[in-house]
Design a protein around this ligand. Sequence first.
Ligand code: FMN
Length: 182
Amino acid sequence: MILYVNACARTDSRTDRIASKLLEKLDGDVKEVKLSEIIFPNTNEKFLKERADYIEADNYDDPYFDMAKQFAKADTIVIAAPYWDLSFPAALKQYIEHINVLGITFEYSVEGIPIGLCKAKKLYYVMTAGGAYVPEEFGFGYIKALAMNFYGIKDVELIKAIGLDIIGNDAEAIVQDCISDL
Ligand SMILES: Cc1cc2nc3c(=O)[nH]c(=O)nc-3n(C[C@H](O)[C@H](O)[C@H](O)COP(=O)(O)O)c2cc1C
């Protein structure tokens, strides 16, 4: 199963268009999680306590854990996220907070080092940006660190198209170039 984590908000999202072409090239059933349609629980104290109690009891039966289980059992993961405010949409951070579940997506060694429990061998991160100042550390770099160190997914690839909102740039040509390089 290929898990498509779609953090794109706009109907005519360029990031989603590139990711959809990538998904056509990958072999397998695609399950999409459209983050803009999910209302995530508020991670307040009550919620955190309830979740910690379930985890401590090794009880992962509550449907809340389905999203983390789905992530852990995917063969390939494709994340599509526009570049927002030097990073990615907050909905993706919310998703991460709810799939990072001790005992499902990762566990800790006795030394406190995370050990990945995810099945996926590869994670693609598809990103488009409006400008040309696009440092990677707060967006792709963060996801890569999570994938490699928490989930145990060592093969992480960035696919990007940038400069799409710069006046004078042919955004459509940049998107098509990116698609033809897939
Ligand atoms: C809320 C918001 C924040 C953005 N922040 C940045 C940014 O920090 N740097 C940048 O280069 N472009 C930024 N952009 C422009 C988007 O990255 C760009 O338009 C992107 O291609 C949008 O992807 P989409 O077509 O998939 O929606 C921002 C756009 C929005 C809506």
